[in-house]
Design a protein around this ligand. Sequence first.
Ligand code: FAD
Length: 481
Amino acid sequence: MVDDSARPVILWFRRDLRLEDNPALNAAAATGRPLLPLFILDEMGEGRALGAASAWWLDKSLRALDAALRTRGGRLVLRRGDSEAELRRLIDQTGADQVFMNRRFEPDAFTCDVDIAHALRHDGVECHGFNASLLTRPGSVVTGAEKPYKVFTPFMKALLQAMPDRPPAPAPQVVFTPSDPASDDIDDWGLHPTAPDWSGGFDWSPGEAGAASALAAFLENGLKDYAAGRDVPGRQGTSRLSSHLHWGEIGPRRAVQAARQAAAQGRVAPAQADKFVAEIGWREFSAHLLHQFPYITDRAFRPEFDAMPWRADPVALAAWKQGRTGYPLVDAGMRELWATGWMHNRVRMVVASFLVKHLLIDWREGEAWFWDTLVDADLASNVQNWQWVAGSGADAAPYFRIFNPVIQGQKFDADGRYVRRWVPELRALSDRWIHAPWTAPAAVLAEAGVRLGKTYPRPIVDHAEARQRALDALKTLAGRS
Ligand code: FAD
């Protein structure tokens, strides 16, 4: 006869790679049973294959989680394959009879989790699902008519009211299972790039401790001037928490609470903390939208935009990806992305607008490139933001508002610091010319060592012509909505 209290319970980690403020871990610990921490690399069950930069991050984050578990006497069991099959194998091997997990809310991943929970329950294994990644569960913040919000401001207002006000829970004391089931070796998963290793410029510290340090640094330096500082790409004015939030190395509740506490203690003005909380609110809005409108990963939220006459232009697309468009702010952003796996939000908006409007290339091309290259690639945030820029999303920027990349540069990178860092071939140009080198007199270019078309490209499109082409394309949609 098996003593049930000795049976382990499985803590199935997914995108909640932390020990603090982890509801599934807390509930598993509360059973008093020995814990078996597990991570399954299930490429098919994710809904979409991991991008290369995300794989880089996951590799380090899992190592950090395993190290943290080992300091407490446990370890992370790694398995690769179909999630349900791997869970069943582990259950057979260890006699575990309960699974604790924090849910993912992207439609495919959500359905996959629900199916697994049903199947295991059918065979007598209880599955307990929690929410560790969002302030509120998608579907729980709805209008008075019980419909999803499609506009951010009322959503945010309702979110603030619905959001539970309890502080994040500390990591609990747990007992780990003495059983020693087989685990994959993470080195064999090949998540870190080789031949070539393009990650030399990835200056990140994945894991829960890295997330805590990023938050602490932001509270100390960035939050006090966040509302204005967040728009200046040449400064470190934002939290850089996005990948940590994506992988659940920190929960949004913790980030919100820390910002509010800084305001309550008078360390920052309340308006600064509110602005930061609103950005976390955009993350939340994105997740709720995707959960409620699953088609938006592939199709326009506003269906009339599916008829947009996008251009196929592989040469321009390649120039955009490589940061060779001839527009310095766009090129700086795309090079920052390639070198570091991250790009400043202001510049993300500019490069995305350039692709969908100046080049008239389908937003899905840009979304796919970001998905592969961003360390913070997040299905909901990526799709929502691309559609926001493309004008086809919920509460989107109107399509006819077309960013001028030169003016954006002059306004948000007035001292040229960002462009000089990422487009060093323009470094010697003065602030006056750095955002539009083709307008500089020949002598100025010569003195700065810039030879247009040789050391730095001429613009691949003329702003005024490209703008007009985009507006003409928009006109073809008239009457379709
Ligand atoms: P902070 O300014 O410190 O913001 C704090 C947190 O709020 C961020 O970590 C993030 O979780 C959230 N946040 C901030 N702005 C947004 C936003 N516009 N939408 C949703 N959440 C937001 N963010 C991702 O996390 N993953 C993506 O794949 C992603 N793709 C994007 C694609 C485009 C075209 C654009 C314009 C934006 C995209 N963003 C994405 C949103 C935003 O650019 C990043 O979240 C932000 O730059 C991350 O830096 P940070 O952590 O320093 O941000």
